[in-house]
Design a protein. Sequence first.
Length: 92
Amino acid sequence: AQLKVHEEMGHREEADRLLREMMDKQGNRAAFQYAELYSLRGEVDLAFKWLDVAYAERDGGLLGLNNSEELRPLHKDPRWTPLLKKMGLEKG
């Protein structure tokens, strides 16, 4: 939560520091949260990379994939629908 606050306030250095700490402590276990952060930053390729990791790790955060405000910028990307299909979450 603190990481997203710093990111949203434009405190990039502090957000980067907190992200490094989180990655050191959590590794791939927080892949979904990394994807949300990278989406917020507009780093779409990294967001999708971490969503793929989250899928491989069976990250529980993926259950909220369609409801994540942070991931809304990814909805227009051509990779979004195939990701939903892969996970069986495509809206029909």
